[in-house]
Write a protein that binds this ligand. Sequence first.
Ligand code: TXA
Ligand code: MG
Length: 352
Amino acid sequence: MNTEIAVLTENDRENDRILARAAEIIRSGGLVAFPTETVYGLGANALDGDAAAKIYAAKGRPSDNPLIIHLADPSDAAGYACVNEAYERLAEAFMPGALTVILKKRSNIPNTVTGGLDSVAVRVPENRYARRLIELAGVPIAAPSANLSGRPSPTKARHVIDDLDGRVDMIIDGGNTTVGLESTIVKLDTDPPTLLRPGKITLEQLAAILGEVVIDKAVIEKLCEGERALAPGMKYRHYAPKAELTLIDGSDKSFLKYVGDKAGTGTAVITYDEYIDMLLCAGYDRDNLLSLGPADDIEAHAAALFNLLRACDERGFERVYARLPERCGVSLALYNRIIKAAGYNVIRVDCE
Ligand code: TXA
Ligand code: MG
């Protein structure tokens, strides 16, 4: 298949022409990759089961892993899901934004979209091009992250092109995504609500609106044989680089001592700006030091992580070390993504 690649610019008339063309492709049952503020999405008409089926084929995605439907306005959700008071309150506080809400579905959403579940995931992206595309399409857009299944979600059009060129009708290049991690997912058809995937909208922010919110076990821990994740996608080993990724749990000092001793060809460290000089002194090559940004800027870490995981593959490292993130605020999302990428491979280090 020939994939059309279109770049959004400062020229709004030209952008609208591109988005109108993309909307036409969506309406006629095709696939368009588009930017959102979290990660790039691979969109199809959410009311067309055959179009949604093409998404699974293009990504190599298991068919039991349901898709999020993207809407232009929070009030549109009532047409596709049974909205409740909790939804209204979350919509008021966080939509448009990096939040996905799971509600009971209406019958117009095909089973292909929900992987056979009786619930549907709803999100209103903040990215203005994404919302304009949905408006122009005139239908909700079902969209998972626009990566091949198992690879890190794309935060740049280059990532989408690497994974999906020749497999989709169109890729819209809207520059780097700003958040860099996928949306927070909260399930509202349970009592109390359940956090299925942490993201930029934090557990603490959700709890301030909803009261008690429980965390699905799959967010933090490896599930045992036979255990079920409430978000089917959370059971898969995602984001895994080809290198062996090891997470280090311990103080700054212990981390630097531990990885400092491991310097050598084929070994890389995902680290922070402040540590680069120390690791260079320990014998690392500059190319083997991947910085998430300043140590205290969690949002910068979120924006950088997936690009660095892809860089690990591009540079062919054999071993990669990274710090285990904290489990609060936005850092819980980093913890969740990186611990899956590492296949739960964590070493506790402490130096006295
Ligand atoms: O930020 C995002 O959410 C991005 C952008 C493109 O919007 N999308 C995204 O989609 O990350 P995807 O398909 O990569 O992840 C969706 C997650 C999967 O883990 C899936 O299992 C879960 O949402 N999910 C979707 N529908 C669900 C449902 N009805 N019940 C439980 N989990 C659901
Ligand atoms: Mg995904």
